[in-house]
Every structure is written in C-alpha cells, then in structure tokens.
Design a binder for this molecule. Structure first.
Ligand SMILES: CC(C)(COP(=O)(O)OP(=O)(O)OC[C@H]1O[C@@H](n2cnc3c(N)ncnc32)[C@H](O)[C@@H]1O)[C@@H](O)C(=O)NCCC(=O)NCCS
Ligand SMILES: Nc1ncnc2c1ncn2[C@@H]1O[C@H](COP(=O)(O)OP(=O)(O)OP(=O)(O)O)[C@@H](O)[C@H]1O
Length: 207
C-alpha cells in the first residue's frame, strides 16, 4: 500500500485537508482520533495512565480527562515523553490493523494523518509526506477561534512541536493553507494531478 503521511502542526489545517481527501475517495487513518479512542475506552491504556499520572487525570466514568492531562504534559517534557511512550506503540498497532483491513478491501492508497510524524521519526513508515503549512500566527489565531484556548495554552502546545518552518525543509510536498480555503483546494487539485500521473488515483477532482 502507498501511504501518504499528512502532517502539520496544531491548527494548520490537517483535518480540513484530510476531510477533502476523504470526500474525494481516499481513506484516511487519523492518529488524533486513535488517541481519543484509546484514552476513552482502552482499559490497558487508561490503567497505565492512571499509574503514571495518578487518579486526578481519570474521570468517574473511567475515561482520561484530556484537558487535565494536557495541562500536565505540556508543562513538563518528561511527563509528555512518558505519555507518548504509552500511547505511540498502541497507535502503531492500530495503524497496522487499519491498513491491513484497507488492503483486504482492495485499497492501494491511504492517508496517515499524524501531527508528530517528523518529531517521532515516523518518516520511515510512509512512502511520501504532505505538509500543511501556515505561519505560526495563523496557527495561534485559528486555534484560538476554534477552541477558545488562551494564548498561553496554545504556546505550550506549539513549544512541544517542531516549527512548521523546519518541517517545510523535510516534507516532500507542501500545501500553503494560509489563504482562503479555495486557494488550498486549488493546490489540492494540483497534488491530485501528481497522484493521477503516478497511477495512484484514477478518478476525482481533476479539472
Ligand atoms: C495530551 C492529550 C491528552 C490532549 O488531548 P486533547 O483532546 O486536548 O488534544 P488532541 O488529542 O485532540 O490533540 C490536538 C493536537 O494537540 C497536539 N498534540 C497532542 N499531543 C501532542 C504531543 N505529545 N506533543 C505535541 N503536540 C501534541 C497535536 O497537534 C494534536 O493534533 C492528547 O493529545 C494525548 O494523549 N497526546 C499524546 C499522544 C500524542 O502525541 N498525540 C499526537 C498525535 S499522534
Ligand atoms: N484556509 C482556511 N481558512 C480559514 N480557516 C481555516 C482554513 N483551513 C482551516 N481553517 C480552520 O482552522 C481551524 C484549524 O483547522 P483544522 O482543524 O483543519 O487543523 P488541524 O491541523 O487538524 O488542527 P489540530 O491538529 O489542532 O486538530 C479550523 O477551525 C478550520 O475550520
């Protein structure tokens, strides 16, 4: 299977691009959604998080309180690395399972939406990388508008990520999502053309 690693930073537009690609027929594996599933319902993950961070980050219904855990891990590098050590092997297992299912259904192409692709050295797991880039002030403004977080909360999360200007140097393809969505869509159509030229897609939004 040809796996495209879709990456970016907080609020850069990965989910919006993933939605567009999915709507045009390419299956998307979503790392953030996998994390949410693990924190909500995977007993082993929740037990390990309880042991590492204490009962204060677990709600009465047994789910991880993500907001509380976020406060802890984005203020303390060691805590963040401990959480990543619990979560990443499980994400990797889920990714492989979902890819096998897609392959069994005859899919030859998929998107792997993973914000920390470069930070966690996951480049080797994908065939090419697609970066969704915006300037950092646009990231801050879009997250503020979307989630209502404080600037301090947003800066704490940004500090845990490689700057998008550095990811730019590593990515195979970059989409500039700083303008209107229609400008992003034009770039996506252009990217689609390169996929079609390589025989990776046969139908879709070619003009
Ligand atoms: C810290 C947690 C509890 C916060 O949950 P919350 O619902 O607030 O955020 P959500 O999971 O939707 O992530 C939103 C964005 O935060 C950023 N982010 C999340 N975890 C990290 C991290 N470890 N380092 C840097 N940025 C991160 C990413 O840009 C992500 O897209 C959660 O993100 C988590 O368990 N993170 C550890 C796993 C991880 O690294 N996930 C990143 C994608 S694989
Ligand atoms: N070109 C655009 N113009 C204006 N707003 C946009 C554009 N692209 C995305 N947005 C908005 O910016 C916000 C962030 O986009 P999106 O959720 O797709 O980013 P993301 O990279 O998936 O973020 P996160 O990793 O934080 O979940 C959303 O509210 C989205 O609707």
């Amino acid at each position: 299977m040809w796996l495209i690693g879709l990456t970016g930073g907080i609020g850069s537009g990965k989910s919006s691009v993933a939605r567009w690609l999915r709507e045009h027929g390419i299956p998307v594996l979503d790392a953030d959604a996998m994390v949410r599933r693990l924190l909500q319902g995977d007993a082993e993950t929740v037990t390990m998080i309880r042991q590492a961070f204490g009962p204060k980050v677990i709600a009465e219904d047994g789910q991880v309180e993500r907001r509380k855990l976020a406060r802890v891990v984005f203020a303390d590098v060691q805590a963040r690395e401990a959480l990543e050590g619990i979560v990443y092997p499980r994400i990797e297992r889920l990714r492989l399972e979902e890819m096998r299912t897609l392959e069994d259904c005859g899919h030859r192409l998929a998107i792997w939406d993973v914000p920390l692709l470069f930070e966690k050295n996951l480049r080797g797991n994908v065939q090419e990388t697609l970066l969704i880039w915006v300037p950092v002030e646009v990231q801050i403004e879009r997250v503020r508008r979307r989630d209502g977080w404080t600037r301090a909360d947003i800066l704490a999360r940004l500090a845990a990520q490689m700057p998008l200007d550095d990811k730019r140097k590593l990515a195979d393809v970059m989409i500039d999502n700083s303008g209107d969505w229609s400008e992003t869509e034009n770039q996506l159509v252009e990217y689609w053309r390169t996929l079609a030229e390589r025989g990776l897609v046969t139908t879709g939004p070619l003009p």
